[in-house]
Design a protein around this ligand. Structure first.
Ligand code: KG4
Ligand code: ZN
Length: 351
């Protein structure tokens, strides 16, 4: 690491960030917390015909796309490889082969340009999307993390200390959206499709609301909602009736979203915190965005919701988290950095 290897404490580092943990090949260029460019090559059309992400196909397509995506991001930012002072990359959690493409690319850049490498935790990146959108947001606050792999409420004590308050005991909420969408024969990815249909319907079907009471503590469960959905559709099919799909989607969405929103507000109030935020792909859900805003406001809390482009997987959030690591004086990663498909995102004890 020859060029400016000590970046510690700086807030104006020119950095290139890479995200390839699932089906988006994304590269961003940031100077400090200012986003200069973000280019994302999506693989959604490729995986759609399989009904979900095929890991091997994902890594192959990341390999094909990454160079062009990075060059486009640099060109849009008006800088060249030689100007870069650091490189950041998602190293977990995610699909092993997909992560490896980004990690190998970032390591090669760091080595060739002799600049520091910062391995970034994907979920911490999602949380950092809030700092990109709201530079004035400061810990402590409570963050609801809702993605394809996570459903959790986290207390953000400081920029570096994230304490898990509670999480799902089975499926993640995004996973439930995707699985229920498959039962409805909706195209992949199912979450946005359910969202689109739910906006035209009413929540007329009484889906169960799992772990909804305070006595249940801060935990979530989605297997019951999913089973209810499957049985409901199966019963209609046996009777030869068709489903009122808009109402079904609206009912499922309320059942899936109401509990995490209520518990996020409750977690902030019981801890005497005045701010709540949301992170992860499911934060793109229109019902969730409205409900969190409404319930937070009712409880007198400030509510932070990232704009849509920062909600689903993107390299801008990874770059922002790396800028935080640099600013807070965290050491760069070694060039032996490896992909960690099952990386956890929290530190501290479970509440
Ligand atoms: O954070 P993300 O892009 O990838 C992971 O890190 O998992 O989240 C992807 C998840 C998928 O399950 C997708 O269906 C869901 O986010 N999602 C949505 C919406 N947009 C994306 N779920 C509900 N409503 C949406 N509008
Ligand atoms: Zn994600």
């Amino acid at each position: 690491m020859k060029k400016n290897s000590n970046l510690s404490g700086r807030t104006d580092v020119l950095l290139l960030a890479v995200e390839s943990s699932c089906d988006e090949t994304s590269v961003a260029v940031l100077r400090g917390n200012k986003l200069l460019s973000l280019v994302t090559g999506t693989q959604i059309p490729i995986h759609r015909r399989f009904g979900g992400v095929v890991p091997e196909v994902a890594s192959r397509n990341h390999t094909l796309a990454i160079n062009a995506v990075a060059e486009e991001a640099l060109s849009k930012a008006g800088v060249g490889f030689a100007d870069l002072e650091a490189v950041a990359v998602t190293y977990g959690a995610g699909l092993a082969g997909a992560l490896l493409v980004g990690v190998s690319y970032a390591k090669a850049l760091a080595f060739a340009l002799q600049i520091p490498l910062y391995g970034v935790n994907h979920i911490r990146g999602h949380i950092a999307a809030n700092y990109l959108a709201y530079p004035d947001l400061q810990p402590p606050y409570v963050c609801l993390v809702v993605s394809g792999g996570h459903t959790a409420i986290v207390e953000i004590d400081s920029y570096l200390t994230h304490r898990l308050i509670g999480s799902t005991v089975d499926d993640a909420v995004g996973e439930a959206f995707d699985k229920v969408a498959r039962c409805l024969n909706l195209p992949y990815p199912g979450g946005p499709e359910i969202d689109r249909l739910a906006q035209k319907g009413s929540p007329t079907i009484a889906f169960p609301r799992m772990c909804k009471d305070e006595k249940d503590g801060v935990r979530f469960s989605y297997s019951g909602i999913k089973t209810f959905a499957i049985n409901y559709l199966h019963n209609l099919e046996q009777k030869g009736e068709s489903v009122a799909i808009e109402d079904f989607c609206a009912s499922f969405t309320c059942a899936a979203i109401d509990v995490p929103v209520e518990k996020t507000v409750w977690a902030a109030k019981t801890r005497g915190l005045s701010k709540i935020a949301v992170a992860g792909g499911v934060s793109a859900n229109s019902y969730l965005r409205n409900k969190l805003q409404q319930e937070g406001k009712k409880a007198g809390l400030s509510v932070y919701i990232p704009p849509m482009t920062y909600c689903t997987d993107n390299a801008a959030m990874i770059g922002m988290e790396a800028q935080i690591l640099i600013r807070e004086g965290v050491s760069p990663s070694p060039l032996s950095l490896n992909a960690q498909p099952a990386l956890r995102f929290e530190n501290g004890e479970k509440a």
